[in-house]
Design a protein around this ligand. Structure first.
Ligand SMILES: NC(=O)c1ccc[n+]([C@@H]2O[C@H](COP(=O)([O-])OP(=O)(O)OC[C@H]3O[C@@H](n4cnc5c(N)ncnc54)[C@H](O)[C@@H]3O)[C@@H](O)[C@H]2O)c1
Length: 313
């Protein structure tokens, strides 16, 4: 099977590429920039281009059996600043992508949606796929709209599609810009000798999934005949304070100083608790997450320290 990874040089995409290669699949990556932390992978065909460039993307899908769409041009916290750019960069570009796929005869897509935003403020705990979709950010609204277009394409034109509503992925190659999640952000700050910042009192609870478990789920989705939406989380919650305590244990175990966070005022868009019910993915896709938060934090810390070492020597 030959698979096109759109956004395959990103945090999640880079792990999906690893997983597919390990399974013996042929991988072509389409992205507007190379990977940030690694040199190009042997055996992968790279095409540099923008999701909005329909002619180039049409060419890139020639001979491909399936597409995994891992591009987002926005992040939840800033998408409301310019909803129009969010709609154009993600929704319009993806609707065009679906048209190209129909023309090229590519009839399978895995799409990375967002379990942390499509449901809005959760009314149940945990949150199952049947929960109402009432996002409170443009990012979430656009994700829901894309999910609906995929469903329409399935219904009208037989596209097999698996939507993965990812929770909070973390792990090696998570960026340190502070927009991709707290575990990467905290670890990078500690490694650079900076203090960790916590927004609010640290009681908010999220569902953290190791990025390799998420990559495994992408492969399971690729190998399945299922179509529909699937929560993609660990299925258990951890508070921001739990995460800080886990990081503290890991850092001290490697000879580092105790981690003492600075507490800042909470942010209005942070809902108190989002934990995903992952029964559907377990049942239909035969998948389950394997990496515990403690194991994942320890591995991510080793990776961050390696990166810092590489840059200073
Ligand atoms: N990281 C998270 O916390 C998280 C959580 C839930 C869902 N997701 C979703 O998973 C997907 C992948 O996220 P990620 O964390 O790997 O992000 P990322 O930013 O690390 O990777 C995205 C990749 O897409 C590329 N890209 C962006 N805009 C592009 C464009 N217009 N044309 C071509 N390439 C473009 C980037 O260069 C990057 O390599 C996204 O759809 C995101 O919304 C991420």
């Amino acid at each position: 099977m030959k698979v096109l990874l759109i956004g395959g040089c990103g945090f999640i995409g880079s792990h999906v590429a690893d997983r597919l290669l390990a399974d013996g699949l042929q991988v072509r990556v389409y992205d507007r920039r190379p990977e940030l932390f690694r040199t190009p992978l042997p055996g992968v065909e790279y095409v540099m281009g923008d999701l909005a460039d329909t002619a180039q993307i049409y060419e890139a899908m020639s001979g491909v059996d399936a597409i995994i769409h891992l591009v987002s041009t926005t992040v939840p916290s800033t998408s409301n600043l310019d909803p129009e750019a969010d709609i154009t960069g993600n929704l319009v570009a993806t609707v065009r992508l679906l048209e190209m796929m129909r023309a090229a005869g590519v009839r399978k897509m895995i799409y990375l949606s967002s379990g942390g935003t499509v449901y809005g403020i959760p009314r149940t705990d945990p949150v199952a796929e049947t929960h109402p979709l009432q996002p409170i950010s443009s990012y979430g609204i656009v994700k829901v709209a894309i999910e609906n277009y995929l469903h329409m394409e399935h219904h009208l034109h037989g596209l097999q599609h698996v939507v993965l509503r990812a929770s909070n992925p973390y792990g090696p190659r998570q960026g340190h810009t502070g927009i991709q999640g707290i575990i990467g952000t905290h670890l990078w700050r500690i490694a650079k000798g900076e203090q960790v910042e916590v927004w609010g009192d640290g009681s908010i609870v999220r569902d953290f999934i190791h990025v390799r478990d998420l990559a495994d789920l992408c492969l399971a989705a690729l190998n399945s005949d299922a179509s529909g939406c699937y929560n993609a989380g660990y299925g258990e919650g951890a508070s921001v304070n739990d995460v800080v305590r886990g990081i503290d244990r890991t850092v001290q175990a490697t000879g580092g100083a105790p981690v003492v966070p600075i507490y800042k005022p909470g942010r209005s868009f942070d809902v108190p608790r989002v934990v995903l019910d992952i029964t559907r993915a377990r049942t239909d896709l035969g998948w389950s997450p394997k990496i515990t938060l403690d194991e994942g934090i320890a591995e991510s810390w080793d990776w961050v320290r390696e990166q810092i070492g590489n840059h200073t020597h």
